[in-house]
Design a protein around this ligand. Structure first.
Ligand code: UD1
Ligand code: UDP
Length: 385
């Protein structure tokens, strides 16, 4: 039996961890003991607890209760509290997901304590360090022992940074192993789709019909913290929904809600438009239901742009770059940044061409989580890194 600490803290990490916890429970319960540490980075009920309930994630063993703060305050707070837990639990390995401040803090603590790091969603790059997540990803990857990449592009990015293609066991932090494995978020979408479509009442609640609304999410710091960009985005969405008499459903991250709340003119203009439906953050099942039924998706979220692809919906990406390059190269998503002209052009292009797009398989076979645990058991070094 090996003991693994899972460190999670932000919404997409709860969702990713659900797939791995489910695989441990169903196939490896006698081989892996999982200790879940919630850093407390996200804490509102609709940003945290609802995912534990809906995705059947075991209740966390520890909650560090760190909450919001500047990058330094948040990351340092997690480092201090997590070190104590790691020393007490003395795990064989630690699982870190993606690219948040919780990921970075976990990487600092585990690497200094010489606990092998298993990085899930490794190798993703947007090739600009203006994105705080890019810094977190790179730093975590370079102190990891097992690097699970959701796409082949992720693996190629790592090889280009010096990771070896054909190295052999034993693996450790100075001889790390890159393992393309497929995307565990895709596992979840397949697993929960039917129940979401059967159970979610979100379409009726919002008052929209299948294929007759656009789903929007906005939360990236370069959009929320720059009032010019935020204004450009919301004014364009407002105009598109009004001119086309098309409902835009916008489950709003608390960060964006706060910024919008400080822009009174814009907020009141949006509330006056009956086609703009700003709603609280959606639960996972509601979100799956919205994605599966939308005409198209407009988002700056990494996870949501992938889910749009899984559900074969075109996606307008409100960023200048994406680590999920296949979505764009396959013609199913467009990078438009926060540029009103480009947002509008992409909207009309996808409206016209949405039925002639081809969503080639990119994200594996929906069994990435099982595969990942199998490889962890095969490759995780016993003892310290
Ligand atoms: C974080 C991640 C980002 C990820 C996103 C997922 C970092 C650097 N960023 O961004 O990669 O895409 O989570 O959603 O780790 N807030 C609340 N209630 C909450 C959580 C946040 O009100 O439960 C508000 C606070 O005002 C907080 C702000 O949102 O300051 C930002 O939260 P934070 O966790 O720092 O970053 P995210 O933008 O959520
Ligand atoms: N999500 C959700 N409710 C929402 C918005 C997003 O359940 O209101 C889910 C979404 O389906 C995806 C994940 O959260 O699985 C993406 O997380 P987010 O957009 O917060 O962060 P990112 O993926 O950009 O890091």
């Amino acid at each position: 039996m090996i003991k693994i600490i899972t460190v999670i803290g932000a919404r997409p990490q709860f969702i990713k961890a659900a797939a791995i916890s489910r695989a441990i429970r169903t196939s490896y319960a006698d081989k892996v003991k999982e200790v879940i540490v919630h850093t407390g980075q996200h804490y509102d009920r609709d940003m945290s607890q609802v995912f534990f309930e809906q995705l059947e994630i075991p209740r966390e063993d520890y909650n560090l209760g760190i909450g919001s703060g500047s990058h330094g305050v948040q990351t340092a707070g997690i480092i201090v509290a997590l070190e104590e837990v790691m020393l007490k639990e003395n795990p064989n390995g630690v699982i870190l997901y993606g690219d948040t401040n919780s990921t970075l803090a976990g990487a600092v603590v585990a690497s200094k304590l010489r606990v092998p790091i298993i990085h899930i969603e490794a190798g993703m790059r947007s090739f600009t360090k203006e994105v705080p997540e890019e810094i977190n990803r790179i730093m975590c990857d370079h102190v990891s022992t097992l690097l699970f990449t959701p796409t082949q592009t992720g693996a190629e990015n790592l090889y280009a940074e010096g990771f070896k293609r054909d190295n052999v066991a034993p693996y450790h932090v100075d001889n790390p192993k890159v393992i393309p494995c497929g995307d565990i978020m895709y596992d979840n979408s397949l697993y929960f789709k039917d129940v979401a479509l059967a159970k979610s009442e979100i379409l009726d609640k919002v008052g929209v019909q299948k294929d007759a609304f656009v789903l929007v999410t906005i939360h990236r710091n370069n959009n929320t913290d720059n009032t010019d960009r935020l204004k450009d985005i919301f004014e364009t969405l407002d105009r598109l929904s009004d001119v086309n008499k098309t409902p835009f459903v916008i489950p709003l991250h608390p960060r964006t809600r706060k910024m919008l709340g400080s822009m009174a003119d814009l907020e009141s203009r949006i509330s006056a438009n009956k086609h703009m439906h700003i709603i609280p953050p959606a639960s996972y099942l509601d979100m799956i239901c919205l994605e599966a039924n939308a005409e198209m998706v407009i988002t700056d979220s990494g996870g949501v742009q992938k889910e749009a692809y899984y559900f074969e919906k075109p996606c307008v990406i409100l960023q200048g770059e994406t680590p999920w390059v296949e979505l764009v190269s396959n013609g199913c998503a467009e990078l438009v940044d926060a540029d009103p002209t480009r947002i509008e052009a992409a909207f009309y292009y996808f409206r016209k061409n949405k039925n002639s797009m081809h969503y080639a398989p990119v994200f594996g076979d929906g069994k990435a989580a099982e595969f990942t645990i199998g490889k962890i058991l095969e490759f995780l070094p016993v003892g310290k890194a």
